[in-house]
Write a protein that binds this ligand. Structure first.
Ligand code: FA5
Ligand code: MG
Length: 417
């Protein structure tokens, strides 16, 4: 696509990320803005709201899972580099070769073999292969997506994995000697994978759901209303999503399920059954602290950061906006290119590149096909708002013009002015 072609030209031949060199190719679609986020590590930064939420989750696991000597059983990995292989992000998790989530339109590729992880699940197999049975992975993840107050191309996730041998699974069942984790001629059904016994699956499902409802209660309070939904992930079966009712709406908090046995077999653990889940930190932090705009997590403004300067992550705090600055809306219309591919995500990336964080939202407000020429027109409304001061129309217009010019030259669109 055109942004990829442009990035490819910009990073002709080679690209350095976090001190390592990578060759570029026609898959390269990283942008300087995205690259600038790679070393930010907001999730481990002292006093950052995302770091407080991470700590609340880690504390819950430390408190609830201890071995006989009283030590926490979950290991925490929060410094794994976000540059991963296509194998880690997709193949190792049985994500089919033609799955939409692999597309250049959805991910930030370094080259055809390497990308910025789109989920922290990308590290599951390597950590299981290292011999870990209970672990949390926390990190920044990257997805090309729409632009609004709850979506930003970089956000943070926590993944968890717990693996159990037969004795652990049935430890609370009387006369469990004859109970097994695996059966030979089983069939896959809605409830279970072919290799598993229904009794092992039901016990693991019960533990997983109990742990996660406990986590939701620890985070949102014991009265929190929640519901389970059946879900599909290529790497777990059965799979679910947990939603909580907060501020008058249902919010998707996490995805989870029983790990596909094939993944465990490929990782050298034939004798275990396991569960896993993945959740997003921003959504939780936005609820706890009443943060209405996801861009604020990236703010270096002391008026924002100072509100989170406390040591105990359970300190109840509601974010007080320093002031509300006005929005400025400017539209841009163009004919899409006829000979080159075009996707709205290319335009969103380009606008972010030239407009930065003063862009609050971009909406595709109109599209139509010319009856004679068959050319397609898109009109986008860009909402500009500075988070720390009032933006003048003159400033917004200057940025808007830059975006128009860049769209014409880089995406080969024909402006309709
Ligand atoms: C995943 O990323 C799976 N890897 C989760 C998983 C792990 C399932 C292990 C099973 C086993 P999903 O794309 O739904 O799934 O994202 C997981 C969570 O991340 C969501 O529930 C949500 O809390 C958060 N999330 C997803 N997209 C966004 C976004 N654009 N902005 C903020 N948070 C997001
Ligand atoms: Mg989901």
């Amino acid at each position: 696509c055109s942004t990829a072609a442009k990035a490819n030209k910009k990073y002709a031949g080679e690209l350095e990320l976090l001190g390592k060199k990578y060759t570029t190719d026609d898959w390269t679609n990283l942008t300087p803005k995205i690259i600038s986020k790679l070393d930010k590590n907001l999730h481990t930064r002292q006093y950052h709201p995302l770091s407080h939420v991470r700590q609340k989750i880690v504390n819950y696991f430390y408190k609830n899972f201890r071995n006989k000597c009283g030590n926490p059983t979950f290991s925490v990995c929060d410094n794994l580099p976000p540059v991963v292989s296509v194998y880690q992000n997709f193949d190792s998790l049985l994500i089919p070769k033609d799955h939409v989530s692999r597309s250049k339109d959805d991910c930030y590729y370094v080259n055809s073999e390497t990308l910025l992880r789109a989920h922290t699940t990308a590290h599951q197999v390597e950590l299981i292969k290292m011999g870990l049975d209970n672990f949390l992975v926390v990190g920044d993840v990257y997805r090309r997506d729409e632009i609004d107050s709850t979506h930003y191309p970089v956000f943070h996730q926590v993944d968890a994995v717990r693996l159990c041998v037969r004795e652990e699974v049935f430890k609370n069942v009387c006369s469990s000697e004859s109970l097994q984790l695996f059966e030979v001629k089983g069939k896959e059904s809605e409830d279970k994978q072919a290799v598993h016994t229904l009794e092992a699956v039901k016990i693991m499902e019960h533990e997983l759901k109990t742990v996660l409802v406990g986590l939701a209660q620890a985070l949102f309070g014991s009265g929190i209303k929640y519901r389970w939904k059946d879900e599909y992930f290529p790497f777990t079966h059965p799979s679910w999503e947990l939603e909580v009712f907060y501020n008058d709406q249902w919010i998707e908090v996490l995805g989870c399920g029983l790990i596909r046995h094939e993944i465990l077999k490929n990782s050298g653990v034939n004798d275990r059954i396991g569960w896993a889940f993945g959740l997003g930190l921003e959504r939780l932090a936005m609820c706890f602290y009443d943060i209405k705009d996801i861009r604020l997590f990236w703010s270096e403004d002391s008026g924002f950061l100072n509100q989170f300067r406390f040591d105990d992550p359970d300190t109840p705090v509601k974010y007080k906006p320093i002031s509300i600055y006005p929005q400025l809306a400017n539209d841009i219309s163009f004919w899409l290119p006829v000979d080159t591919e075009y996707s709205s995500n290319d335009f969103y990336d380009l606008a972010r590149e030239h407009g930065g964080d003063i862009i609050e939202q971009i909406k595709l407000i109109d599209q139509f096909t010319h009856p004679k020429t068959k050319k397609v027109s898109h009109c986008y409304r860009i909402i500009y708002r500075h988070m720390e001061r009032t933006l003048t129309q003159k400033e917004a217009s200057a940025v808007h013009r830059k975006i128009q010019e860049a769209a014409a030259s880089e995406l080969k669109v024909e402006l309709r002015i």
